[in-house]
Design a protein around this ligand. Structure first.
Ligand code: THU
Length: 148
């Protein structure tokens, strides 16, 4: 597959990714199983590698209020900050079940932007279709608001 110059992301072959990416994808896919999504039935898993080299995971946790639902990406970010304190995120993987793998919602993009530089890779994987996309975080979240 390789790089598609007409797109601002790459389609990757999961069987050919480097070991560190494989591990991150596996973590996202595994934690997806823990998602609590009785309302939408849409499970999401996220894994974040920090600058210290540790991986933190999160899954979506829904609430009957619906608005109280927390996405997988923010769950993983919370786990990271709670465990390590402030640090930069160096790679992010998000697993979901839609044929076209789900990108992070805008609230999560804003939340991640606080800890993630534009060049950081964001891997989106579908456990259904196997489609794997690689984005730069800066493509998903341009002109981020991170300080005032
Ligand atoms: N969801 C995530 O966990 N991450 C995203 O980036 C997209 C949406 C969850 C929230 C909700 O539980 C379900 O997916 C449907 O929106």
């Amino acid at each position: 597959m390789g790089k598609n110059k007409e797109l601002d992301y790459e389609i990757l072959d999961e069987s050919k990714v480097p070991e560190d990416v494989r591990l991150l994808l596996d973590e996202a896919k595994n934690v997806m199983k823990n998602a609590f999504a009785p309302f939408s039935k849409f499970k999401v898993g996220a894994a974040i590698r920090t600058e210290r080299g540790n991986v933190y995971r999160g899954c979506n946790v829904e609430n009957a209020s619906l608005g109280g639902t927390i996405c997988a990406e923010r769950g993983a970010a919370m786990a990271s900050i709670a465990s390590e304190g402030y640090g930069r995120f160096k790679a992010i993987a998000i697993a979901s079940g839609s044929d076209d793998p789900a990108p992070p919602c805008a609230i999560c993009r804003q939340f991640l932007a606080q800890f993630t530089d534009p060049d950081v890779p964001v891997y989106l994987i579908s456990v259904k279709s196997g489609v794997l996309k690689k984005f730069r975080f800066g493509v998903l979240m341009p002109y981020a608001f991170t300080e005032f």
